[in-house]
Design a protein around this ligand. Structure first.
Ligand SMILES: Cc1ncc(COP(=O)(O)O)c(C=O)c1O
Length: 373
């Protein structure tokens, strides 16, 4: 009889559904034989990377025959300075996804559970299930909630914590909804989580947030020793293709993550580009300004089309298309516009649109109008 290798995989892995990434432009163009398509599907920065990053990579590219600095000394120290913490508080990851995986491998077993909200980032259930741990999923706010439809509900999150819980994941703002919790609400939530539970606060989109709701991370790191903050260079810093992210936590947690990470989990080009990008404050400012303008443009277009959308502090908007989102996604593909269907998040009537350049946003809106009419 033919051997089933799936039957040999661990029980958690047997049940896993792989992460579905946004469709690459090249794939669509190959499939349809078209050109000039646009991708607004993976919350990438349409401005492209900082020129400082590109220059820096070019300078070191002839050294890729050498292993990178496994500990990422220069980048860790630069990040530590940036956040007014010690380098021993920083852990570098091959994207912040890497950190999400490290923390589950370090703290969860099949006897443990992790808590996260409905409609939150798809990687949480994957990394939890991969280690065979249990996912305790908290109900989100209902769709008719006054301020944060489908957003994280702190009371529901607390109600899912039990004796087996070792990790609580909170994305702020959350992907794919774009919703967020204000600093006072988050602080109260953290105050109600026992200190033997690791709080993973995922701030992948934090640079896009309005200043009045940006989390006071330094204060929180001082008062919550169980807090692990993850950030990334994939979004506003526009280095998604290089894979580099990091966490800030107390040094003991960082030491634990360091035990399970691969020796060279972040590569030379990624470290180099990240170091250079941190010096380009203007690029970050321009990216955020473009995002804010694009957000207003798209929101107005949706309103004119009588489509509702979720409030967002990210570089994307979840719009309720009030029809089968997957079918509409397919129609948009035919016009060379790639967005993100979110049926896999249990939001079949929504599409998630990454906010692009003005030209991309206009092209998307025109395609949307044509596809809906
Ligand atoms: C909420 C959230 N966290 C983490 C990530 C992972 O980003 P990366 O691994 O590129 O740092 C993403 C990417 O889309 C995200 O949306």
């Amino acid at each position: 009889m033919k051997q089933s290798f799936l039957a040999l995989a661990t029980p958690g892995v047997q049940q896993l559904t792989p992460y579905q990434p946004g469709k690459p432009v090249e794939e669509l163009e190959r499939e349809l034989g078209i050109s000039n398509s646009i991708k607004l599907a993976s919350n990438e920065n349409p401005l492209g990377p900082s020129p400082l990053a590109l220059e820096a990579i070019a300078k070191v590219s002839s050294s890729i025959n050498y292993y990178p600095d496994g500990g990422g000394f220069v980048l860790s120290n630069k990040l530590a300075q940036r956040h007014s913490v010690d380098a021993s508080n920083i852990t570098l990851g091959n994207g912040s996804n890497d950190i999400l995986e490290l923390v589950t491998r370090a703290f969860l077993t099949p006897q443990h559970s992790a808590v996260f909200s409905e409609y939150s980032f798809a990687v949480y259930p994957i990394v939890v299930q991969a280690v065979g741990a249990k996912a305790n999923v908290a109900s989100a706010f209902p769709e008719d909630h006054e301020t944060m439809p489908l957003g994280h509900d702190p009371a529901a999150i607390l109600s899912q914590i039990d004796d087996s819980t070792r990790i609580v994941f909170i994305a702020n703002p959350n992907n794919p909804t774009g919703t967020w919790l204000t600093p006072d609400v988050l602080e109260e939530l953290f105050n109600n989580i026992a200190q033997d539970i690791i709080i993973v606060l995922d701030l992948a989109y934090t640079e896009y947030m309005d200043d009045d709701v940006k989390p006071p991370i330094n204060k929180w790191l001082r008062i919550f020793p169980n807090l692990l903050i993850t950030q990334t260079f994939s979004k506003v810093y526009a280095l998604a293709g290089l894979r580099i992210g990091y966490s800030i936590s107390n040094a003991e947690i960082a030491d634990i993550l360091n035990r399970v990470r691969q020796p060279f989990n972040t590569n030379l080009l990624a470290q180099t580009a990240a170091i250079a990008s941190l010096d380009d404050a203007a690029h970050v400012r321009n990216s955020v300004a473009m995002n804010n303008a694009g957000k207003i443009f798209l929101q107005q277009a949706f309103t004119e089309m009588n489509l509702s959308y979720l409030p967002t502090m990210g570089n994307f908007i979840a719009v309720k298309v009030a029809q089968d989102g997957m079918a509409l996604y397919q129609k948009l593909l035919q016009q060379g516009v790639i967005v993100r269907p979110v049926a896999n998040y249990d939001m079949p009537e929504y599409l998630r649109i990454t906010i692009g350049t003005q030209q991309q946003n206009e092209r998307f809106v025109a395609a949307l109008k044509q596809s809906i009419s």
